[in-house]
Design a protein around this ligand. Structure first.
Ligand code: PLP
Length: 448
């Protein structure tokens, strides 16, 4: 039910939020959107204005906003038992564990439930080190795996033995960033082979016997939505197997229907040794993450202390939200809708690209999409670099889209196009019309 507020009430909420709380990452010079409620692919401001949520908040509200089925499941669990020790068993923990065993690629067997993506990734790294006895982790140059700093080494008790030395000891492998890294008209296939050969050289030079795992987002999310050429993930899996290194796939953003398949790894039928999830697992109705471990890894830790744990691990309310959410993906056909609407959205984005010189590239899979903005299509110089001072025109582009009913995320040169998976063609058409206006503003500073 909507309760429209006055301009004074809205200003007061924004002002008190700024006065008493801090906003993440950036400076505190923000003009926060005061949200009231959400419904499907839309959110409503406190003044009653409806906006298309083109980023599913944090590429995470996958089923869409305001689903009463999830709210009811959460309430029912709260009435049963609000919290349970991570050492206890609950019906909902058994059910979601069993469901993820069935949904995730063959070979992934056991779930370790966390609160979010970062701690799922930390559990993945720690467990990889535990079972291999090696320390080094290879990661992509452009990647994001979470924001925790690693406080366990500070512990004054034996739990710190699991992570002595902190995260440390990482090396970087190249990105399969075809749009930016191809040389001399290479085909995607040739480019893919080149990136894999470079990766193999890094593995050899680092020393396979020192590397516990390669950890990648199968499709990089917040660092450019880099869709790899077909065969890259399969090639990486083969390299890991050949050199006896574990493959960890971070599907925190790409997982659970976002790419038009249950998981991004499904597009190449790749089975990682560890896969991490969060965001879409509960569609962010409440926090929950998971690290899925392969049978051999689960067996290897059977008799040794796991070295990971949190107070709210396997939280029954998070699990109740996950159970309800996973049922909704299936009952509402959201994975299929993500694939079909993704094709429809990209066709519209390509049509915009043909008219707007600022659009250098359109890429994506399912409803996981981005356009890359450039000064000039020949030189591919980024219109808004990721680092350095922000161009004032970024705010103008964003404001123009907001004024046309579209909440969209612009991060560096990438404009994300990731609406909830329940989105309809009509809503996509409306979003594209608003985006058209925003791109007109961006076009003004291109060199075209
Ligand atoms: N991994 C990826 C690929 C992400 O995109 C994110 C967050 O955006 C994380 C991990 C961290 O997840 P969280 O913020 O839930 O800790």
């Amino acid at each position: 039910m909507s309760t429209t507020m006055t301009a004074e009430q809205i200003a007061s909420i924004a002002e008190r939020t700024k006065r008493y709380t801090l906003f993440e990452w950036g400076t505190q010079d923000v003009d926060p959107f005061v949200v009231e409620r959400g419904e499907g692919a839309h959110v409503f401001g406190a003044d009653g204005t409806r906006y298309i949520d083109f980023n599913s908040v944090s590429v995470s509200v996958n089923i869409g906003h305001g689903d009463p089925r999830v709210a009811d499941a959460i309430a029912a669990q709260l009435r049963k038992i609000e919290f349970a020790s991570p050492y206890w068993a609950t019906e909902v923990r058994a059910e979601v564990g069993e469901k993820l065993n069935a949904l995730t690629p063959d070979g992934l067997e056991k779930a370790f439930f966390t609160l979010a993506g970062a701690d799922a990734n930390e559990a993945a790294i720690r467990t990889a080190r535990l079972v291999t006895g090696r320390r080094k982790i290879l990661v992509r140059r452009r990647s994001y795996h979470g924001a925790t700093m690693g406080v366990l080494p500070l512990a004054g008790d034996p739990r710190r033995y699991a992570v002595e030395g902190g995260v440390g000891d990482i090396a970087r492998i190249p990105d399969p960033y075809y749009y930016r890294r191809l040389v001399d008209g290479q085909s995607e296939q040739e480019f893919c082979e080149h990136v894999l050969a470079e990766t193999e050289e890094i593995i050899q030079l680092e020393g396979p016997h020192t590397i516990a795992a390669v950890m990648v987002e199968p499709i990089t999310g917040s660092n450019g939505l880099i869709v790899p050429p077909r065969g890259w993930l399969t090639g990486l899996r083969e390299l890991c197997t050949r050199y006896g290194i574990l493959l960890i796939c971070d599907e925190v953003m790409s997982g659970v229907g976002r790419t038009g398949a249950w998981f991004a790894v499904d597009h190449e039928q790749v089975s990682p040794d560890i896969m991490t999830l969060a965001k879409g697992l509960t569609s962010s109705y409440v926090p929950l993450g998971a690290a899925m471990f392969s049978g051999p890894i689960a067996a290897a830790v059977q008799g040794v202390p796991l070295g990971s744990g949190l107070t709210y691990q396997s939280h029954p309310v998070g699990l109740a939200a996950a159970k309800a959410t996973l049922e909704i993906y299936e009952s509402d056909g959201l994975i299929e809708n993500s694939a079909v609407m993704g094709d429809y959205l990209r066709a519209g984005l390509r049509e915009l690209a043909a008219r707007h010189p600022c659009v250098g590239d359109v890429r994506g899979a399912g409803l996981f999409n981005a356009i890359e903005l450039v000064h000039d299509r020949e030189t591919k110089v980024e219109l808004f670099p990721l680092t350095g001072p922000q161009d004032p025109i970024v705010r103008e582009v964003t404001r123009t889209m907001v004024n046309n009913g579209l909440l969209a995320a612009l991060r560096g040169p990438w404009l994300m196009a990731c609406p909830p998976l329940c989105v309809t063609p009509t809503t996509i058409d409306d979003a594209l019309a608003a985006l058209d206006k925003g791109l007109e503003v961006a076009d003004r500073i291109t060199s075209a």
